[in-house]
Design a protein around this ligand. Structure first.
Ligand code: ADP
Length: 408
């Protein structure tokens, strides 16, 4: 089957066309500046077999963007299909599923309306996700659309892990609770890790692992027997680890304090914690880990501090989750930073012998994933597993449309 995977952002649209049998990417691309006031829209497209193309085109909305993407996919030179009828289903990445959507879901009008309603909890992403779904429903009325939720994998958390110590009515009235994100990635690396652990004689059903998705957005999850027990992101992706531009955990009273001092609106504060903080805010150099590492290597003190905070916070979560799970069998690193920065991995794992965590310097420096980069005698396995969210979305889309239930 050919599955189109779409990730609709507020002004962008990422897509991949995947052959579900071979899991090969047939074509992929990115449409940018959708609905931008000044125009300047662009689609960067690549057909793996036939080459790349760029199209400068203004796109008023997601429907127009998808229309152009379809034309690229059918293009005689750089296309990957002769007709859109060859596409069996579309898998949409949706940020927030709230408490309602804990599984990939076949989309109908009611589902898309619920996704729109959840915009309260995911104001930056859910409206765009819904627009992408609506555009496809209109352009491909006979092709099944499947919504795959970023929150879904975390639905197994117990109430004491997901409930905030706020007045309980805010949970019942407004749905304020921990949901967690990057679920598609945590699910994928968990399933890979459990296969690797099985071959190392660790029983997957009793396994306790910590998955670290470290990218522009970063989150960790404590996973017992393949089910999430806790995760670092909360009602929104702002909680937990230090990220490219998000602050992660802070004293909540800072917001009221700064709100008064700066005479700031809720939107200003939202911007502060989501777009101006993290690596960017502390280093003042960049939100990109490569830039921050380079400038720290050149002696920049604030970049050094940013790296120290980044790694320290992850180490604290490893300790907390190990205690919460009553032990630890494996740590998994994934995401742009987790997969590529051997120095960050080494700093996170250093001096953790008392936990049974011993990283092998040589393997950490040389191996690319999937790989075990722990010392032979390490009680806890340290696994490097590249994530592939589009592949999971394609697999889950196939499962929903065929009614099969293989594990991802
Ligand atoms: P997103 O969360 O947007 O999907 P990615 O998972 O691609 O992002 O991660 C992007 C982050 O990965 C950036 O901070 C980037 O600097 C970092 N990164 C990518 N390659 C390397 C590398 N070789 N060394 C250190 N950091 C890297």
């Amino acid at each position: 089957m050919k599955i189109l995977v779409l990730n609709s952002g507020s002004s962008s649209l990422k897509y991949q066309l995947i052959d579900s049998e071979s899991e090969e990417v047939l074509a992929k691309g990115l449409a940018e500046r959708i609905g931008a006031a000044g125009g300047g829209g662009k689609i960067k497209h690549e057909c793996v077999a036939n080459g790349k193309a760029e199209l400068d085109v203004d796109m008023a909305d997601h429907a127009e963007a998808i229309d152009h993407v379809f034309a690229m996919l059918k293009d005689p030179e750089v296309g990957a299909v002769k007709s859109m009828d060859e596409i069996s289903a579309v898998g949409h990445r949706v940020l927030h599923g709230g408490e309602k959507f804990v599984q990939p879901t076949l989309v109908n009008e009611e589902v898309v309306r619920e996704v729109e309603k959840l915009s309260d909890l995911g104001p930056l992403h859910n409206p765009a996700n819904a627009k992408g779904i609506r555009a496809c429903m209109k352009l491909m009325p006979n092709v099944p659309q499947v919504a795959v939720f970023d929150t879904a994998f975390h639905a197994t958390m117990p109430d004491y892990a997901y409930t905030y110590a706020l007045p309980y009515k805010y949970y019942t009235d407004y749905g304020i609770r921990r949901y967690g994100f990057h679920g598609t990635s945590h699910r994928f690396v968990t399933s890979q890790a459990l296969k690797m652990l099985k071959s190392m004689n660790v029983d997957p059903a009793a396994s306790r692992i910590i998955t670290c998705h470290l990218g522009n957005g970063s989150s960790m999850a404590a996973v017992v027997g393949g089910k999430v027990m806790d995760t670092s992101m909360g009602v929104t992706p702002a909680e937990g680890l230090m990220m490219g531009t998000r602050c992660g955990d802070i004293d909540p009273a800072i917001l009221t304090y700064l709100g008064k001092k700066l005479n700031a609106t809720p939107e200003d504060l939202d911007d502060l914690i989501n777009k101006k903080s993290g690596l960017l805010g502390v280093s003042g150099v960049s939100s990109d880990m490569r830039d921050v590492e380079n400038s720290a290597n050149e002696g920049n003190k604030r970049s050094k501090l940013a790296l120290a905070i980044f790694c320290y916070r992850i180490r604290k979560y490893i300790g907390a989750y190990t205690a919460a799970m009553g032990g630890l069998d494996a740590i998994v690193f994934t995401g742009g930073i987790g997969e590529n920065s051997n120095t960050i991995r080494a700093r996170i794992c250093e001096d953790m012998d008392f936990f049974g965590i011993k990283i092998d310097a040589d393997k950490n420096n040389k191996l690319r994933g999937p790989a075990d980069i722990s010392e032979d005698g390490s009680k806890v396995r340290i696994l490097l597993i590249p994530t592939n969210e589009e592949r999971v979305i394609a697999r889950e889309t196939v499962q929903v449309v065929t009614g099969s239930n293989e594990s991802v």
